[in-house]
Design a protein around this ligand. Structure first.
Ligand code: IPE
Ligand code: IPE
Ligand code: MG
Length: 239
C-alpha cells in the first residue's frame, strides 16, 4: 500500500522522533532498556535505507532535554547504549560514506560520550553521502533561546543591527546551521505531538505519524512514510 516511488521526489531531509521503545519492551514483559537496545537496530536499518534512497539528511531525536527527568538507571542505560552504538557503528558510517553531526547540549552528556562523539564527528567529517544528525540533550526552545542570546550579544557589541535581523540570520544561529529544514517528520508509536523537537525547522515539514513502535520500524515503514509524503501537495502558503 506504500506506493512509494524511488524515482519520484524523495525527501531531502527526513527527521524522526523515535518513540515507543518502552512500550515495545513492556508489551513483551521486558525491561525498558531492552526496548532501547532493540531501537538501535532500527537506527541501523533506517540509516542504510536512507543511504540507498539518496536521502541527504536524516535527523534522529535520540534524547531530549526533558528526558533528563527520567530515572538515573534509564539515563545510564541510554548513555551506555549510545557509547556502544558509536563504538560498533562508526566503522559502518565510514563504509557507507555517512557524515555524523550532533545537535543539542553535548556539554551535558557524560564526558565519555562527549569524547566519543567528537572522535566520530571528526572521523566522518569528510564523508559526502548521507548526513546523520543526532539530537542529544536537545530541546528546541533552548536552542531558540541560545540563538536569541547570541544575537543579543552581537547587537550589544555593535556587530549586528537589530533592524537588519531576518529569518535567515536567525536560522544561522540555531544548532542546525547549514542543515536544510526537514521535508518529512516521522513520529513512531502513535503520539501526535512534537515534544520540543525542531520547532523552528519543521515550519513546513510534512508530518507522518505511525502506530509502529520504534524497535519495529524498518525499511518498509520508512518507504510507506515516504509514499505518503509523495502523495501530499506542498503549497508553502501559495496556491
Ligand atoms: C523513545 O522511547 C526513546 C527515548 C525517548 C529516549 P521511549 O523511552 O519514550 O518509549 P515509550 O514512549 O515510553 O514507549
Ligand atoms: C520524545 O519522546 C523524545 C525522543 C524520542 C528522544 P518522549 O517519549 O520523551 O516524548 P513525550 O514525553 O512522550 O512527549
Ligand atoms: Mg516516549
Amino acid at each position: 500500500m506504500s506506493a512509494f516511488d524511488p524515482a519520484k521526489n524523495v525527501p531531502g531531509h527526513i527527521a524522526i522522533i523515535m518513540d515507543g521503545n518502552g512500550r515495545w519492551a513492556a508489551a513483551r514483559g521486558l525491561p525498558r532498556r531492552d526496548g532501547h537496545r532493540a531501537g538501535a537496530e532500527s537506527v541501523e536499518a533506517v540509516l542504510r535505507a536512507c543511504g540507498d534512497l539518496g536521502v541527504g539528511y536524516l535527523t534522529l531525536y535520540a534524547f531530549s532535554s526533558e528526558n533528563w527527568k527520567r530515572p538515573e538507571s534509564e539515563i545510564d542505560a541510554l548513555m551506555g547504549l549510545l557509547a556502544h552504538f558509536l563504538k560498533e557503528k562508526t566503522p559502518v558510517l565510514m563504509e557507507n560514506n555517512i557524515r555524523l553531526k550532533v545537535i543539542g547540549h553535548l556539554d551535558r552528556l557524560p564526558g565519555r560520550n562527549q569524547r566519543q562523539l567528537e572522535k566520530s564527528i571528526a572521523l566522518t567529517a569528510k564523508n559526502d553521502g548521507l548526513t546523520l544528525v543526532v539530537a542529544l540533550s536537545y530541546g528546541s526552545r533552548e536552542e531558540i533561546v541560545d540563538a536569541a542570546r547570541a544575537l543579543m550579544e552581537k547587537a550589544k557589541s555593535g556587530e549586528l543591527d537589530p533592524a537588519a535581523l531576518d529569518v535567515e540570520t536567525f536560522a544561522r544561529h540555531l544548532h542546525t546551521v547549514g542543515i536544510p529544514d526537514p521535508d518529512l517528520l516521522i513520529r513512531t508509536s502513535g503520539e501526535c505531538r512534537v515534544s520540543n523537537f525542531l520547532l523552528w525547522q519543521i515550519s513546513y515539514a510534512e508530518i507522518v505519524i505511525t502506530d509502529v513502535f520504534w524497535p519495529d520500524f524498518r525499511r518498509p515503514h520508512l518507504e510507506e512514510a515516504i509514499g505518503e509524503y509523495q502523495r501530499r501537495h506542498r503549497r508553502f502558503g501559495g496556491l
